[in-house]
Design a protein around this ligand. Structure first.
Ligand SMILES: Nc1ncnc2c1ncn2[C@@H]1O[C@H](COP(=O)(O)OP(=O)(O)O)[C@@H](O)[C@H]1O
Ligand SMILES: [Mg+2]
Length: 306
């Protein structure tokens, strides 16, 4: 559909922007949610914001929305839970469905899927609470919760003695953690809109590690579009991202995080089914580079619920 066709279809519909939520990425989701809400209000559409809590089903009924625009991050928003609830309620929603959301939120399952279709992903082991710690032959490793986002609970571990603290931190957020080979290289990310890869963003975090602070603090990291990597790696990354969109059966949008090492190998870390949507987030930056302003990007995402 063209942008004007989408707008026409939205004419007699009430859109509920679902933001906030119950995960540790709540504050980020509020920011994204407000940005989406503002743009829809500016377009004079019938829209309301709904801060998601345990009473979400009642709120939705009270507001009588026809479409849900989901801008939630992390567990209970990006993992298929809200998506499942909306399916039961018969309310169309934006973006990825239950399977894509659940599979992408679980980094262990995701990595098995990447591997299965020949996408490079760093070697890893998983560890559940109270299980014996597997032998770590080579440091550094990355320790992270299986189901989280925004680099919450993630640590670069350089030796055995640092491991315990890192594992404790990751276990705060999940019952299962990942111990993954550390890949030294350039961090990139690529959004996929309706199956087609957007331009790659190169990420240069100010402090060296792309942690929570450098993700969300003003000036915390630099976005370089297009990313400065070889043509071969660029193509490979876009190719892998489109493959991820396809095998995870994504809808409308996803964003795939990767690292390009010094041998030009492209390692896929994870898939995000509800990428950040503040005006300065990665995907809106990528969209702008191919002529989608923030408003049109939001409308293209809404199209998936029509
Ligand atoms: N295997 C790895 N090697 C190097 N850096 C990594 C690795 N895994 C994660 N990181 C770093 O940690 C950040 C967060 O990890 P990621 O897997 O993207 O989880 P999330 O973004 O969901 O928290 C990445 O953006 C990257 O900077
Ligand atoms: Mg990530």
């Amino acid at each position: 559909m063209t942008i004007s066709e989408i707008l026409e279809k939205l004419n007699n519909k009430k859109i509920g922007v679902l933001y906030g939520g119950l995960s540790s990425e709540r504050t980020i989701s509020i920011k994204s949610g407000k940005a989406v809400l503002n743009v829809l209000k500016k377009l004079k559409l019938n829209v309301c914001g709904i801060d998601v809590n345990r009473n979400i089903a009642e709120e939705i009924k009270k507001e009588k929305i026809d479409i849900a625009y989901i801008v939630l991050h992390g567990p209970m928003g990006e993992d298929g839970a809200i998506q499942g609830m909306l399916e039961v309620m018969g309310i169309p929603y934006t973006g990825c469905g239950i399977f894509s959301s659940a599979a992408s939120m679980d980094k262990d399952i995701s990595k098995h899927l990447f591997k299965y279709v020949g996408i490079l992903t760093p070697e890893w082991k998983t560890l559940k609470k109270f299980e014996a710690v597997p032998e770590i032959k080579k440091y550094p490793v990355i320790v992270k919760p299986v189901s989280q986002g925004s680099t919450i609970g993630v640590t670069i571990v350089k030796n055995d003695s640092q491991f315990v603290e890192a594992a404790k931190k990751a276990f705060k957020y999940d019952k299962e953690i990942i111990i993954e080979k550390f890949i030294d290289g350039k961090e990139i990310t690529v959004g996929v809109l309706n199956g087609k890869a957007l331009p790659l963003v190169g990420i240069v975090p100010k402090g060296g590690f792309y942690d929570f602070k450098s993700k969300y603090q003003k000036g915390g990291s630099k976005h370089i579009i297009p990313a400065r990597i070889s043509k071969k790696a660029y193509k490979m990354a876009q190719n892998s991202a489109e493959k991820v969109y396809k095998i995870f059966k994504c809808k409308a949008i996803c964003r795939v995080d990767m690292i390009v090492d010094k041998n030009d190998k492209v390692w896929v870390l994870e898939n995000n089914t509800i990428p950040g949507m503040t005006e300065t987030s990665l995907v809106p930056d990528e969209g702008r580079a191919v002529g989608y302003n923030f408003e049109n990007l939001v409308l293209k995402i809404i199209e998936s619920a029509l």
